[in-house]
Design a protein around this ligand. Structure first.
Ligand code: C2O
Ligand code: CU
Ligand code: CU
Length: 472
């Protein structure tokens, strides 16, 4: 039986005092990166109720220019929803967009009817319409929400927001926290400030995936963070871009990655760079070893996901760290973060072969799974209680971030090599020519569950499929 075991936090957590929880960051250290927060309309402390209005507004993303952005509640990214594990979330979606939409709660293990896939789990919400989402958050972690109708266009135009589910037993010593939503936008090359149409460049661009030229962090172009030197930070990163992979680097600094998509990992990892495919999240600690009153760019470094992803491309600045003039101050002792995770038992697993495919040359362009575009595909039939072992092979000469709705999985290996740490994921990179094996326990919540490439141009071009999970 799969158990999400409680956190094991070894180290400083028992010695936690009110004093150690207080940050000594300058008051406005994160002012430029602060996220708008959703308003809780329900007085019950365990119910978070809010309204999200999807609408188009003009925002000044690039100095002196207005961009029509598709937003939730007029802000980019959409408001931060922050709840505790076990809380109930109720969201009233109102659609003031020119087209139908839904909200999908990426990474949340929720009832099928709340998953936000139009035609499969709910009707699309037409312009002027509304829909009420209502579910319990069973897992702590860094999640996000976005539409699942005309997804490449709607996500690309700005519809995404962060959803944090806190585990109240996590110690504050993990670091001074920042939630960082990474995204990009493709603006008109003539400089009008307007967004390019979602189908700009035709099939060739769809095959590569459309990356924006304007890199945004929490909706801002190269914002500045003004931390105190020496203080440990905890970054909760979300890649909300529809195509762009993020590889983050900071000169002379390393990251301690403590978690991924679905909560903390079994053990921390020391990394010089952090990579997130579209859809993925990462939870990292950063010991800021820069001197006071100094500046360091946080860089986007090209990541090889196939031809055109690294050739003739250079690094870009995502945001800038500018330490305050205050004397450096070290953080309380760093906790060792770990989590007791059991490997999924695959002895009885049903094998499933999943080929990521492209239509043959000389036929109309589409992408697919096992040679069939999503719209024509037959669902994979699974019964509640089944464990499945999926072998996902990439036949297209570009990498694909493979995402499964409603259930976590464990990656067994990539080209035969097991991942460095055990953790729950909902999105995994399938590099060019690679084979990734993953284990999923479909142990509850029957219904139609989608899986797809999270390069949303690819998903919309057909790289998606369905699991029909049957009750007994
Ligand atoms: Cu973020 Cu269907 O996914
Ligand atoms: Cu999802
Ligand atoms: Cu893809």
């Amino acid at each position: 039986m799969l158990a999400l075991c409680p956190l094991l936090l070894l180290g400083a957590c028992s010695a936690q005092t009110a004093e150690s929880q207080r940050t000594t960051q300058p008051a406005d250290w994160d002012a430029e990166l602060r996220l708008p927060e959703a308003v809780d309309e329900d007085p019950d402390p365990h119910v978070f109720e809010t309204t999200l209005i999807a609408k188009v507004v003009n925002l000044e993303l690039v100095p002196g220019k207005l961009t029509a952005v598709w937003t939730y509640n007029g802000v980019l990214p959409g408001p931060l929803i922050r709840v505790r594990q076990g809380d109930r979330l109720r969201v009233h979606l109102k659609n003031e967009l020119p087209e139908a939409t839904t909200i999908h709660w990426h990474g949340i293990r929720l009832p099928n009817a709340m998953d936000g896939v139009p035609g499969d789990t709910q009707p699309a919400v037409e312009p002027g319409g509304s829909f009420d989402y209502d579910f319990v958050l069973p897992d702590a972690g860094t999640f996000w929400y976005h539409p699942h109708a005309d997804s490449a266009a709607q996500v690309g135009y700005g519809l995404y927001g962060p959803l944090l589910v806190d585990d109240p037993s996590e110690p504050a010593e993990l670091g001074d926290e920042l939630v960082l939503v990474l995204s990009d936008m493709l603006l008109d090359p003539r400089g009008s400030g307007q967004q390019q149409p979602a189908d700009a460049g035709g099939d060739l661009e769809t095959l590569f995936g459309r990356e924006g030229d304007t890199l945004l962090v929490n909706g801002k172009l190269n914002p500045t963070l003004r931390p105190r030197a020496g203080r440990r930070q905890r970054w909760r990163l979300i890649n909300a871009a529809k195509t762009r992979y993020y590889q983050l680097a900071l000169q002379g600094q390393s990251f301690t990655r403590i978690g991924g998509d679905d909560g903390l990992s079994a053990a921390p990892q020391e990394l010089d760079r952090v990579v997130l495919t579209p859809g993925q999240r990462a939870d990292v600690m950063l010991e800021l070893a820069m001197p006071s009153a100094s500046t360091l760019p946080v860089r986007w470094v090209p990541y090889d996901r196939g031809y055109g992803s690294v050739e003739y491309r250079s690094e870009e600045t995502l945001f800038t760290l500018q330490t305050s003039a205050l004397a450096a101050e070290s953080s309380p002792a760093r906790p060792v973060v770990s989590r007791e995770l059991a490997a999924v038992d695959i002895t009885q697993a049903t094998a499933q072969r999943i080929e990521l495919t492209q239509s043959p040359a000389g036929t109309p362009f589409s992408l697919g799974i096992n040679g069939v575009p999503g719209a024509e595909a037959q669902p994979i039939q699974v019964s509640v209680g089944d464990t499945q072992l999926w072998t996902v092979h990439n036949n297209v000469p570009w990498a694909h971030p493979f995402h499964v709705h409603g259930f976590f999985f464990q990656v067994l290996d990539v080209n035969g090599v097991p991942p460095p740490v055990l953790e729950w994921r909902d999105t995994v990179d399938v590099p060019v020519d690679a084979t990734v094996r993953l284990a999923i326990q479909f142990n509850e919540r029957p219904g139609m569950w989608m899986f797809h490439c999270h390069i949303l141009d690819h998903a919309d071009a057909g790289m998606m499929g369905m699991v029909h999970l049957h009750a007994h």
